[in-house]
Write a protein that binds this ligand. Structure first.
Ligand SMILES: Cc1cc2nc3c(=O)[nH]c(=O)nc-3n(C[C@H](O)[C@H](O)[C@H](O)COP(=O)(O)OP(=O)(O)OC[C@H]3O[C@@H](n4cnc5c(N)ncnc54)[C@H](O)[C@@H]3O)c2cc1C
Length: 317
């Protein structure tokens, strides 16, 4: 049965939308601050295709799902409610409607819904994404170091990626595919020892469940142990845009340093507002946003208490 939007099932201090590193870190801080909090999560974190997560101090190499399981157990210890579901719509005030009907009332909203990696339509890319088709040298460079690596020229960011990857391997090839390299790009790549292979890519060669190389449309096959590409990163920011949050020229919702958006009462953290955030930084922004949300609630509570006190003293006169 669908619940009417104005009949709030439960009123929370904060509804956190998204339970990746950003949302869970926010919920942990708010739960420890004795706030009434619910976290709603659709269950599709960005790094789910990867077997291991790297670069998170003290958790390096942990499976991504394990970090989130540990996080959910920690927030539940402080009485934070976790709901598996998708937020469909939020009305100002806030009434947070979940897919299927339930509506949660919230004094504040913290959105940590991540981003979506739009991959190029090269056969084999989606199948091997997060395994030996990669995007982040800091996340996976160490694991594929000293092997033949390729960078797929599907995005202007590929040049920087190839320059960067030379730190991890002496054998880095940039396959130009659809990318037009400037003479300056070529100079820089060649000076850095990156080989350039011209021509469109036909497909990735995958055998026995692993990447073997890249086949070009002219039939050449370039053996590679792993390839990197720069996906088009699309923020999953529908909740924020429908509430009217301001965006920058590149199309990303704007926040201040605490994650506060242009809409009063709405904060955002992690990849939904910052494509560069890795797990540890997403967690940091979630935590910072949570303390700002709590301070905002305290301000409101103090304001209300002062007004009540003044009203009582006027009555008593
Ligand atoms: C293949 C791959 C490997 C990576 N490896 C690493 C690594 O080794 N180290 C590292 O630091 N970083 C890595 N990253 C980056 C990492 O995934 C991000 O930094 C991190 O996931 C950002 O956390 P987040 O909380 O912002 O978003 P996410 O982890 O993506 O979490 C967002 C959550 O919000 C949910 N959601 C979205 N919309 C809604 C909605 N409307 N209602 C309810 N829930 C919703 C999603 O289902 C998801 O669970 C990797 C990325 C990829 C693609």
């Amino acid at each position: 049965m669908t619940t009417a939007m104005n009949s709030k099932d439960t009123e929370y201090d904060v509804v956190v939308v998204g339970a990746g590193a950003a949302g869970l870190s926010a919920a942990l801080l708010l739960g420890r601050a004795r706030r009434k909090v619910v976290v709603v999560d659709a269950g599709a974190p960005r790094n789910a295709p990867a077997a291991h997560m790297h670069g998170f101090l003290s958790r390096d190499g942990l499976p991504p799902a394990t970090l989130l399981e540990l996080g959910r157990a920690e927030i539940e210890r402080y009485g934070v409610r976790f709901v598996r579901g998708r937020v469909e719509e939020v009305e100002p005030g806030f009434a947070v409607r979940l897919e299927g009907g339930p509506v949660l009332g919230a004094r504040r909203l913290l959105v940590a819904t991540g981003l979506y990696d739009e991959l190029p339509a090269i056969p084999g890319v989606r199948e091997r994404w997060g395994k030996d088709v990669l995007h982040c040298p800091y996340c996976h460079g160490h694991e594929v170091g000293d092997q033949p690596l390729g960078v797929l020229g599907t995005h202007p960011g590929a040049v920087h990626q190839a320059l960067l990857l030379r730190q991890w391997s002496d054998d880095v090839v940039l396959l130009t595919h659809t990318l037009d390299l400037t003479p300056e790009d070529r100079d820089r790549l060649e000076a850095r020892g990156v080989r350039i292979v011209e021509g469109p890519i036909d497909h990735l060669v995958v055998e026995d469940g692993r990447l073997r190389g890249v086949e070009l449309t002219d039939g050449r096959v370039l053996p590679r142990a792993a390839v990197f590409l720069f996906p088009r990163m699309v923020p999953q920011d529908q909740v924020l845009t429908r509430l009217g949050c301001d965006k920058d020229d590149a199309g990303w919702v704007v926040t201040d340093r605490t994650g506060r958006t242009s809409v009063p009462g709405v904060w955002a953290a992690g990849n939904v507002v910052d494509p560069r955030a890795q797990v540890v930084t997403a967690a940091g922004t979630g935590s910072a946003a949570a303390s700002a949300v709590n301070a905002d609630l305290v301000d409101e509570e103090v304001r209300d208490a002062v007004e009540r006190r003044r009203a009582t003293s006027v009555l008593a006169r």
